[in-house]
Design a protein around this ligand. Structure first.
Ligand code: ADP
Length: 163
């Protein structure tokens, strides 16, 4: 039984994330999506909202579960008996950052390996920041986020605008 984790902020989950979730869930028996509960990053959505959205987008994939975690990602992976950690790679800029993290994680916890999945080309430009930027100006984000969480994302921006 191989357990993998896919950690991230998912603030909010995008179609790029969903693509990685679908593909990585096929490579392991159980995939745990780990939502980083890190207040220093000042996320727009609460950890609970991010978990709720991820549960909705992954509801049809039976071997996927969603949890929040604090602290070191490798510690979270170890506590769940995960041996693989998935990360998505978009551009060279991702690579420089990600290889440093992966090597550090490997030094700390040699039993856990990081597996990089390259982004599907249609999502290579997509990030949670782009979604927030476009939505904050009232732009159309239907091509960026999974359809069933669109209302939740839009509601957040309506709330922000009405303050
Ligand atoms: P973090 O705050 O850890 O960078 P993110 O939520 O931004 O978390 O991303 C989580 C993971 O998903 C990272 O490995 C990131 O590279 C990957 N990712 C984000 N957007 C895409 C995308 N469009 N295509 C492929 N992978 C992506």
């Amino acid at each position: 039984m191989i357990t993998g984790i896919y950690p991230g902020s998912f603030d909010p989950v995008t179609l790029g994330h969903l693509d990685i979730i679908k593909r990585s869930s096929k490579l392991v028996d159980h995939l745990i999506i780990g939502v980083l509960n890190n207040s220093a990053k000042k996320p727009l959505f609460t950890a609970q909202e991010r978990v709720e959205m991820l549960k909705l987008v992954a509801q049809d994939i039976p071997n996927v579960s969603v949890e929040t975690f604090d602290g070191l990602t490798v510690e979270f992976a170890k506590s769940r008996n995960a041996t693989v950690m998935f990360r998505g790679l978009r551009a060279v800029t991702d690579f420089e950052y990600e290889i440093q993290i992966a090597q550090t994680n490997h030094a700390v916890m040699p039993d856990i390996d990081t597996v990089f999945l390259t982004t599907s080309v249609q999502y290579s430009y997509l990030s949670s920041s782009i979604v927030k930027e476009v939505a904050s100006y009232g732009g159309d984000i239907t091509k960026f986020v999974p359809e069933n969480i669109l209302p939740l994302v839009l509601d957040k921006f309506k709330m922000i605008r009405s303050v």
